[in-house]
Ligand binder design. Structure first.
Ligand code: NAD
Ligand code: SER
Length: 316
C-alpha cells in the first residue's frame, strides 16, 4: 500500500501525460491524482480534478480531499506563448508556485517537484557547456519567472525547510504527447511532419543548436531526483540537466538516415531571438555528482525511437 498520494498539476500537458502514466505504474493509479484546467480524458484510471492552479483555496481543498503528500507542479506558460502574454505568464508562473510552496510551508504536503528550464540563462551566459553557477540574465518573461521561481524555492527550503526539488529541463522530445507554446517545440513537430508529409518548415535557423532531451530521460530524471535522499539534494534552486545538443540541421541529417527524401526549409520567426539567447549545451556535472544522474539517449537513438513509435501511433 503506497503511503504517497500524488497530485499532478498541469497533468494534461506534454510532460504531465507521461509523468502521470509513469507515476501511476509505480504507485498505482488510485494514488496519483491528475489535475488540469480541463479533463482531457487522458487519465481513465486516475482520479481527476479540474483545477486552476491560481486558485489556492481549490488547491487546498483537493489536497485535503485526497490526502495528498507530494505535488508535481507542472502548470506554466512556456517561452513563446509567454512573450505574447507577458503579464499573465508572470502571474501564472509565479502565483501558482507560491500556492504550492505555501502548502508545504504549512505542512499540508511533504514534497514538491517544480520544473525550471534552460530559459533561466540569457545572452550574457557562457553558451557552451553552460555551468550550474554562472551569469544568468534571462531575456524572456518565461525565463525571468523560472529564475525567480528557483530563488523562491531555495528561500522556502532555507527558511521553512520545504522539501522542493527542481530540474532545469532542456527542450523535451517525446512521441506520446504534444508540446505547447515552447521555442524547442520544432524538435517534436519535425517528426510528425517527416512522417506525414516528408517535409518541414522550421521556425529556427539551421545552425541553432539547443540542449534537448528525450522525454523518457526527463521523466526518469524527475523520478530519480524525487527519490534521492534529501541530504543528496545540495541544490534547492534547480539542477542543470544536459541531454543532447543539436541544431535543426543535425536532426534533419539524422532523420534522413531513416527517410532519405525528407526535406527541411527555414523560416525563422520571433522564436529565433529566444533560442539565440539560450545555451547551446549544458554542463550537468552537479546532478551527476549529487544524485547519480546519467542520460540514456543520444541523437541517433532519440531519432530512431521517435520515428518507430510515432509511425506505430499514427499508422503511416
Ligand atoms: P504544457 O504547456 O504542455 O502543459 C502545461 C499544462 O498546464 C497544460 O495541460 C495546461 O492546460 C495546464 N495549465 C495551464 N494553466 C493552468 C492553470 N492555471 N491551472 C492548472 N493547469 C494549467 O507544458 P509542458 O511542456 O508539459 O511543461 C510542464 C512544465 O515543465 C512547465 O513548468 C514548463 O515550464 C516546464 N518545462 C518544459 C519543457 C519542455 O520542453 N516541455 C522544458 C523546460 C521546462
Ligand atoms: N522547452 C521550453 C520552451 O521552449 C523550455 O523551457 O519554452
Amino acid at each position: 500500500m503506497s503511503t504517497e498520494k500524488i497530485l499532478i498539476i498541469g497533468a494534461g500537458g506534454q510532460i504531465g501525460i507521461e509523468l502521470t502514466a509513469k507515476l501511476s505504474e509505480m504507485y498505482g493509479s488510485s494514488n496519483v491524482v491528475a489535475s488540469d484546467l480541463k479533463n482531457t480524458k487522458a487519465f481513465p484510471n486516475n482520479p481527476f480534478e479540474t483545477l486552476d492552479a491560481l486558485d489556492g483555496k481549490a488547491l487546498f481543498d483537493i489536497v485535503r480531499k485526497h490526502g495528498i503528500t507530494h505535488v508535481y507542479h507542472l502548470a506554466a506558460m512556456l517561452s513563446a506563448t509567454g512573450e505574447q502574454h507577458p503579464m499573465f505568464a508572470w502571474k501564472l508562473n509565479m502565483e501558482s508556485l507560491f500556492n504550492v510552496l505555501d502548502l508545504a510551508k504549512e505542512k499540508h504536503i511533504s514534497k514538491i517537484y517544480w520544473p525550471s528550464s534552460i530559459a533561466v540563462f540569457g545572452p550574457t551566459t557562457p553558451m557552451q557547456n553552460t555551468p550550474q553557477y554562472t551569469v544568468m540574465e534571462p531575456s524572456t518573461i518565461y525565463g525571468i519567472s523560472k529564475q525567480a521561481g528557483e530563488r523562491w524555492c531555495e528561500w522556502y527550503f532555507k527558511k521553512f525547510n520545504v522539501d522542493v526539488r527542481s530540474l532545469r529541463y532542456p527542450g523535451l522530445i517525446g512521441w506520446k504527447s504534444a508540446p505547447g507554446g515552447g521555442t524547442t517545440d520544432y524538435a517534436v513537430h519535425i517528426f510528425h511532419e517527416a512522417l506525414k508529409s516528408g517535409k518541414y518548415e522550421c521556425f529556427l535557423s539551421e545552425n541553432t543548436a539547443l540542449p534537448m532531451m528525450h522525454m523518457e530521460d526527463a521523466i526518469r530524471a524527475t523520478i530519480e531526483i524525487m527519490h534521492a535522499p534529501a541530504e543528496n539534494i545540495k541544490i534547492r534552486g534547480s539542477y542543470n540537466l544536459a541531454g543532447i545538443s543539436f541544431s535543426p540541421k543535425d536532426i534533419t541529417a539524422e532523420i534522413k538516415k531513416h527517410i532519405p527524401d525528407f526535406s527541411i526549409s527555414y523560416k525563422p520567426d520571433f522564436r529565433q531571438g529566444i533560442a539565440d539567447s539560450w545555451p547551446k549545451s549544458i554542463n550537468d556535472s552537479e546532478a551527476k555528482k549529487d544524485w547519480g544522474w546519467h542520460e540514456h539517449y543520444d541523437l541517433p537513438k532519440l531519432v530512431e525511437n521517435m520515428l518507430v513509435n510515432l509511425k506505430e501511433k499514427v499508422g503511416v
